[in-house]
Design a protein around this ligand. Structure first.
Ligand SMILES: [Zn+2]
Length: 342
């Protein structure tokens, strides 16, 4: 939508000394890539459109569901009834906010190739994802291309935020050298999540990203640990790990492994095969974690099977899963990452 943007519009934020008119001018030129536009991503998208960033590129693979509405601020009941792709619903809401931002959207699962395409020329990358595999991929990509990014995660009432300045401050792999085994972390499906925690984490991510865009040299390398229920924010100084495999040894294993598709539709079977993150699955603990939330749970020697939403999931000990009831790889990946975790 092209509407003349009043010069008045951004005056209040320009009066903030940290930004000023030079900061606003930089923002107007900036290009931001947002990965995921659900809970954290919805708040982040809104934040950057409202502040008048030049271009916002949004990638998301999911559709809007009723259970999103308590915390995903870009969506309403109509979007959920229509099960609209999140990027389309987001574009609609963001267009109503208006302003000078050019919003580009892509309904897709983000892999390394798409990241190369969408990340071309971006000034900062924002993490609005719901899974660790994509976050380590973002870390590999951003560190290898020297693009700053802001990690954010939230589950229950707690969350983490880390601004990453490649080559200067700590990266995600400095903070967490190895991701925990697949399936062992709580997800928003199993442990729940509350909106104020989402808003708090997203606000800190947005502040860090804004700061990275206008004055990167003064952004501290700091991991923020938030608990919205006990009203606590802890800041942990985070030095770079001198042995970090990513930002020191430059081993970009997620970029390498992501070159093949993670999800493949099996021809004529209304089934998608999804590859896991690589590690062996602990099927026993995964079964215990899921049993209250899924239907028809069956635990056999080498597999776990259950029904959830409109699909049947068969998970194997190597992390591979067959998702029956869909032929859409993006839908299958969304189910996998939400229920099994990555
Ligand atoms: Zn590192």
């Amino acid at each position: 939508m092209v509407v003349a943007v009043s010069t008045e519009r951004y005056t209040r934020q320009q009066r903030f000394a940290g930004l000023g008119s030079s900061g606003q001018a930089r923002l107007t030129e900036a290009r931001v890539l947002l990965v995921g536009c659900g809970a954290l991503g919805g708040h982040l998208a809104q934040s950057f459109v409202r502040c008048g960033v030049g271009s916002l590129v949004i990638v998301d693979r999911d559709v809007v569901e009723e259970t999103n509405l308590p915390r995903q601020v870009l969506f309403d009941e109509r979007h959920a009834v229509l099960r609209m792709p999140k990027v389309d619903a987001a574009a609609e809401t963001l267009a109503r906010i208006g302003g000078g931002t050019r919003v580009e959207t892509r309904a897709a699962h983000l892999d390394a190739e798409l990241l190369d395409e969408l990340g071309n020329g971006v000034d900062v990358v924002l993490d609005g994802t719901d899974n660790l595999e994509t976050r380590y991929l973002l870390n590999d990509w951003c560190v290898s291309r020297a693009v700053p990014w802001v990690y954010g995660g939230v589950v229950g009432a707690s969350g983490l935020v880390l601004p990453v300045r490649p080559g200067v401050g700590a990266c995600l792999a400095c903070a967490f050298p190895t991701p925990p085994p697949a399936g062992t972390l709580p997800t928003c499906e199993t442990a729940g999540v509350i909106q104020p925690a989402v808003a708090l984490v997203a606000a800190l991510q947005a502040a860090a990203a804004l700061h990275l865009l206008v004055d990167p040299a003064s952004v501290p390398s700091r991991l923020l640990d938030i608990d919205a229920w006990s009203l606590r924010v802890r800041e942990l100084a985070l030095p770079r790990d001198p042995q970090c495999r990513t930002c020191v040894q430059q081993e970009y294993s997620y970029l390498a492994q992501e070159r093949g598709p993670r999800a493949v539709s099996l021809c004529g079977r209304n089934t998608v095969q999804v590859r896991g993150a690589g590690g062996r699955m602990d099927l026993e603990s995964t079964a215990r974690r899921l049993q209250a939330d899924v239907r028809q749970l069956v635990r056999a020697a080498a597999l776990l099977r259950f029904d959830v939403d409109e699909v049947r999931v068969t998970l194997f000990v190597d992390g591979r899963a067959l998702i029956e009831g869909t032929s859409d790889p993006a839908r299958a990946l969304a189910v996998y990452d939400r229920w099994i975790g990555a």
